[in-house]
Design a protein around this ligand. Structure first.
Ligand SMILES: O=P(O)(O)OC[C@H]1O[C@H](OP(=O)(O)OP(=O)(O)O)[C@H](O)[C@@H]1O
Ligand SMILES: Nc1ncnc2[nH]cnc12
Length: 178
């Protein structure tokens, strides 16, 4: 399947969750079997050669793609969740979203010191979420090999911000002009 066909499976919903936001909805792509397989194949082509120890996915949409990728690569999956959701002892970090603020948490000890991790999410906009997740992982002594996304909104500068933090960053699909 071509990148254009894959891109066409993403639905755009204007003014969600706030006026002025063009929401790039991956649920339409996820619901398409060949599309989902192609997306995970494309992500695996990028991530596989890095041979990460662990895949870390960010709640909620990063869980779907991160877990699928972990299964494909034969690696374990660790969730980074929004505050108050993880039952064990956590470490956390506050961050700013395109449309709000929140806190990310990780189970203490679940990402071992020195682990070589791949960070996965569905989409990068401002990069605030991924920057916070990468910082949290580094605070645990992990090496973030790469942050990998299904979608980048380049106009919002997220990949560039991550690269500035020294996190190699890639996305499979680009939506220009958002
Ligand atoms: O680059 P940023 O500006 O930080 O935005 C990107 C983040 O926003 C979305 O998640 P959201 O916080 O809406 O949560 P959800 O996955 O639970 O819907 C998306 O899945 C990323 O995690
Ligand atoms: N424009 C957007 N579409 C989908 N998810 C997002 N998360 C942050 N910005 C977004």
């Amino acid at each position: 399947m071509s990148i254009d066909s894959l891109t066409a499976l993403v639905r755009t919903i204007p003014d969600f969750p706030k006026p002025g936001i063009q929401f790039r909805d991956i649920t339409t792509l996820l619901a398409d079997g060949p599309g989902l397989a192609e997306l995970i194949d494309q992500m695996a082509k990028v991530a596989g050669p890095l041979d990460p120890d662990l895949i870390v996915g960010v709640e909620a949409r990063g869980f779907i793609l991160g877990a699928a990728l972990a299964l494909k690569l034969g690696k374990g999956f660790v969730p980074v969740r929004k505050k108050g959701k993880l039952p064990g002892k956590t470490v956390g970090i506050d961050y700013v979203l395109e449309y709000g603020t929140d806190r990310l948490e990780l189970h203490e000890g679940q990402v071992p010191q020195g682990a070589r991790v791949l960070l996965v999410d569905d989409l990068i906009a401002t990069g605030g979420t991924a920057q916070a997740a990468a910082r949290l992982l580094r605070e645990q002594g992990a090496q973030v090999l790469m942050a990998l996304f299904a979608i980048d909104l380049p106009a919002l500068g997220g990949l560039a911000a991550l690269e500035q933090d020294g996190v190699p960053s890639r996305a499979i699909l680009l939506f220009e002009g958002d």
